[in-house]
Design a binder for this molecule. Structure first.
Ligand code: ADP
Ligand code: MG
Length: 406
């Protein structure tokens, strides 16, 4: 179980983690001070999405923020082009590849995210040097807080920093997305890498996935706290569910495109147009489309409400989002439904919803600061009683995107 976390405890956590990381670096590669080259430390945060689920690949909006759990990389440059990599999360010999030769994916699988980012940068003609590097991350692996994007962006920023190069964060995000597509075989949208690379402290990001334009909206921690509850349950999937949802959305697009060639994604479909097609679309396609069309509208509205500090209405939208993901998109789980329902029994909780692609992972709640401890207490009591599982709970501010610490 995660120890109680607040913004103040995470400062000491971070100092301890950095010291442990440098210790691990020394064990793998020799003392950081015995070599005249400087050991740099790079950080890249995890992320959570406030609202806007399964909207990214439909050209809609998402509304994520970067969170306190983060990946750290300690790294030092090498002249021979060799990259030697270790992770505190995975045992085994050092992973090795060279930026002077074509990089292929392979074993161990965890390193494919880093291999992919290096290869994408090299393919883009960027002159990289080699590095010795150790990764340590407090973003739970596979917990839906995008440990993968944190690793990708941290690796990219490490390689660029050691080469003395700068890259626009959005470009780095696109490089990392390509790495995830081609090296990890995950056809992800652009949200994760964008918020991890370009997040802003104290702000959530309303991201238009169609043109990648961004609006940063303040999240005032004195009035509103974000609590993330990891259900710790992932339902066994055949792996086809995500692709199936995408195909059902595409089936909707094909229908509307016949009547109007201007419709290329569900972003182009209004709720009125959708409703008028209820009797002709297959029922399941209709419900999938209804989730996406209404969720896109909820997402832009949520950003406007946060800007106006209208937290009650923001909370209601989050509940509607959850209901739509549960009923229409069918990607929730009994555990996520339970966490949402139980969170809402705590006074001072504005709203809660599943966050991430679904079938497991986390619930996000937005709450009054005074409700944080009662919520934590309540969930730690009832969730294990009802499921036999102890959840991890993170209380987090909105943090900055990836940066060079040292
Ligand atoms: P998530 O929801 O956390 O992004 P993914 O399945 O997309 O889950 O990504 C998890 C993968 O990211 C891991 O299998 C591993 O390849 C990589 N990863 C995450 N954390 C670490 C770490 N600390 N060290 C090395 N690789 C990591
Ligand atoms: Mg991921």
């Amino acid at each position: 179980m995660q120890p109680p976390r607040g913004p103040s405890s995470s400062v000491t956590d971070n100092a301890a983690r950095q010291a442990a990381l440098l210790g691990a670096f020394g064990r793998h590669f020799g003392s950081p001070t015995a070599n005249s080259r400087r050991v740099r430390i790079i950080r890249a945060p995890g992320r959570v999405n406030l609202i806007g689920e399964h909207t990214d690949y439909n050209d809609g909006f998402v509304f994520p923020m970067a969170i306190e759990p983060q990946a750290l990389i300690a790294c030092r440059s090498r002249d021979d082009g060799l990259v030697r990599l270790a992770s505190t999360a995975f045992e085994g010999p050092l992973v090795e590849f060279s930026v002077q030769r074509r990089i292929e994916s392979g074993e161990p699988g965890w390193a494919n995210y880093s291999r992919g980012v290096a290869q994408q940068l090299v393919s883009a003609g960027i002159p990289l040097c080699g590095m010795d590097a150790v990764i340590d991350s407090s973003v739970p692996v596979g917990g839906g807080l995008s440990s993968s994007a944190a690793i990708e962006v941290a690796t990219g920023l490490a390689l660029l920093t050691l080469a003395g190069l700068d890259m626009d964060p959005q470009r780095l995000a696109l490089v990392c997305q390509q790495a995830e597509h081609f090296f990890a075989g995950v056809p992800c949208g652009i949200m994760d890498q964008t918020i991890v690379a370009a997040g802003r402290a104290g702000h959530a990001m309303l991201l238009d996935c169609r043109d990648l334009s961004k609006q940063y909206i303040p999240v005032d921690g004195r009035e509103l706290q974000v609590v993330i509850i990891n259900s710790m349950v992932r339902h066994a999937l055949t792996g086809g569910e995500y692709a199936e949802r995408r195909e059902q959305c595409n089936a909707g697009v094909r229908h509307f495109n016949q009547g109007n060639p201007g419709v290329t994604t569900l972003r182009d479909v209004s709720l009125e147009t959708l409703r008028a097609a209820e009797d002709v679309l297959p029922a399941v396609v209709y419900r999938r489309c209804r989730h996406v069309v209404t969720e896109i509208a909820r997402t832009t509205r949520a950003a406007a409400l946060l800007l106006q500090n209208d937290y009650d209405e923001l909370g209601r939208l989050m509940l509607q989002s959850h209901e739509s993901l549960r009923g229409d998109f069918e990607v929730s789980t009994p555990e996520l439904d339970l966490l949402v329902a139980e969170a809402m029994t705590v006074r001072g909780v504005y709203g809660a919803r599943m966050t991430g692609a679904g079938f497991g992972g986390c619930v996000i709640a937005v709450v009054q600061p005074r409700a944080v401890e009662p919520l934590r207490h309540h969930i730690l009591k009832v969730y294990p009683e009802k499921t036999g599982v102890t959840p991890d709970i993170y209380v987090t501010t909105a943090t900055a995107g990836a940066s060079v610490l040292e």
